[in-house]
Design a protein around this ligand. Structure first.
Ligand SMILES: *Cc1c(COP(=O)(O)O)cnc(C)c1O
Length: 473
């Protein structure tokens, strides 16, 4: 004869009290690591889950050790940062959703130092009085771009807003209909203009804008002629745009400044590193733009920042705009930025030291070798139900630089048995790893583009870290 099974009530009553779990030996390391408040809350949650399971007729952890283990799991999940490192194997080097540029070690060290200590953010130690934030990078930016003056703000969207608001609020800004861009979601040129308080005057057509279109629109109400780099698309076919230099001459003849929003912009000729030619900031300045804006975390390879470079009198006006204060950068990014800009003084080693350029410059044979090296190891980790092969593919620069140009790359191609549903499930399992692995779907396979994978050992370790007992296989 077996004893009758304990009733729900008996089993519920047998659960230990929160205090009993908290004082059990299993709770000590949790209390040390997570503190009393969080540990108590997790114990309560574990107990509540156990009660619900018992009421539903299921077995539930009942000893203090069981409950502490359940609480530990909960606490680990909560302790994991929301902003997680990931392996970006999407093939898009400057991926806005994955944080764009990866910083150079020099920039990281500078940022860390600035976080640890008081710094001369707005202080001139030689004179013993107040200095300016921009002083740390102004000369570097002027040297690198040929501009008279420069200032730095939160991002390029802020730079554009500030230029328009300072120089064209209550007046007109003239833009070609071919350049009224939207950059991902909330950045649309017409909306920014409205918020800046300037009246958008569209000229030309989507595919063709002529000098006479601008000339006919410039008048006493004109604050700025605006040229916008079509960062994320190309208009091809029967097209005409007015080159920057000609537009500058045209604007200057009427006494109106030309503002060029370059978007990504670059400080060096990318052709030197085997990439297509993207207009450099220096070229833009030399072509007569009175102000040029560009991003710090696109091709430049630095922290999120936006630059305004150009005429001294116009930059002085911008610095007097109270909005500048609302859009300024902090000491951490400024430190990283200064270190990043200093790397440009040595173009020969730039492609080694600046991760963005290093990743963009990786060659197809180098990436193919990586794919051949990794494929058998990854195949073993994924088990017999996933076919792992290598394939040629195309990477993108991303963030609106050279939008129509792609780079020869190589990928691991993962195809699970069972098609679509299994493919989505595999992608989800890779995304659920402690360090998520993010690939892209292409032609019924999950591609892991290896262009941005530099630490292969860390990648393999991440795959091995899949939850036991089944692992990824
Ligand atoms: C990317 C881009 C912006 C916005 O720059 P952020 O640094 O993302 O704020 C503005 N204009 C152009 C042309 C761009 O390419």
């Amino acid at each position: 004869m077996t004893a009758p099974a304990p009733s729900f009530t008996e089993r519920l009553r047998a659960l230990p009290a929160v205090d009993a779990v908290l004082t059990s030996p299993a709770a000590t390391p949790l209390l040390e690591r997570h503190g009393r408040a969080a540990t108590t809350a997790a114990m309560r949650a574990a107990l509540e889950t156990a009660r619900a399971a018992i009421r539903a007729g299921a077995d539930a952890p009942a000893t203090p050790a069981d409950l502490a283990a359940a609480a530990a799991k909960l606490l680990e999940t909560q302790a994991r940062p929301s902003l997680q490192p990931v392996f970006n194997l999407t093939g898009t080097v400057l991926h806005t959703n994955l944080g764009r540029a990866i910083l150079a070690e020099e920039a990281i060290e500078a940022a860390v130092a600035a976080m640890r200590q008081a710094v001369t953010l707005e202080y001139d130690p030689a004179a013993g009085r107040r200095g300016e934030r921009d002083d740390h990078v102004r000369a570097l930016l002027c040297d690198l771009t040929g501009a008279e003056d420069a200032t730095v703000v939160n991002n390029n969207a802020a730079a554009v807003l500030l230029v328009l608001n300072t120089l064209a609020a209550g007046r007109e800004s003239i833009v070609s209909r071919g350049e009224l861009i939207e950059i991902g979601g909330a950045f649309r040129m017409p909306d920014i203009m409205a918020r800046a308080g300037t009246l958008l005057v569209e000229v030309g057509t989507t595919n063709r804008t002529h000098p006479k279109d601008y000339a006919g629109a410039i008048g006493p109400q004109t604050g700025l002629v605006v040229k916008v780099h079509t960062s994320n698309y190309r208009i091809e076919g029967f097209t005409k745009e007015v080159p920057a230099r000609e537009l500058a001459d045209l604007a200057h003849a009427q006494g109106v400044p030309l503002f060029h929003d370059l978007g990504s912009g670059t400080l060096c000729d990318l052709a030197r590193y085997g990439l297509g030619h993207e207009p450099t900031v220096r070229e833009c300045v030399a072509d007569g733009a009175d102000l040029v804006t560009f991003s710090g975390d696109k091709l430049l390879g630095g922290p999120q920042t936006g630059f305004i470079v150009g005429r001294k009198d116009l930059i002085a006006a911008i610095n007097k705009n109270p909005m500048k204060r609302a859009l300024r950068v902090d000491k951490i990014r400024l430190a990283a930025l200064e270190a990043t800009l200093k790397l440009y003084a040595d173009p020969d080693r730039l492609a080694q030291r600046l991760p963005t350029l290093r990743l963009l410059a990786r060659t197809a044979p180098d990436l193919e070798a990586a794919a051949l090296r990794l494929a058998p190891v990854v195949a073993a980790l994924l088990g017999p139900h996933v076919t792992v092969s290598t394939c040629a593919c195309r990477s993108q620069i991303g963030s609106g630089a050279l939008p129509t140009e792609t780079l020869d790359s190589h990928a691991l191609s993962l195809r699970p048995e069972g098609g679509g549903g299994a493919l989505d499930a595999l992608a989800a399992r890779l995304r659920a790893l402690p360090v998520p692995v993010i690939g892209r779907m292409e032609d019924g396979a999950l591609l892991l583009d290896l262009r941005c994978l530099e630490d292969e050992a860390a990648f393999l370790a991440a795959l091995r870290a899949a939850e036991p007992p089944h692992g990824l296989a």
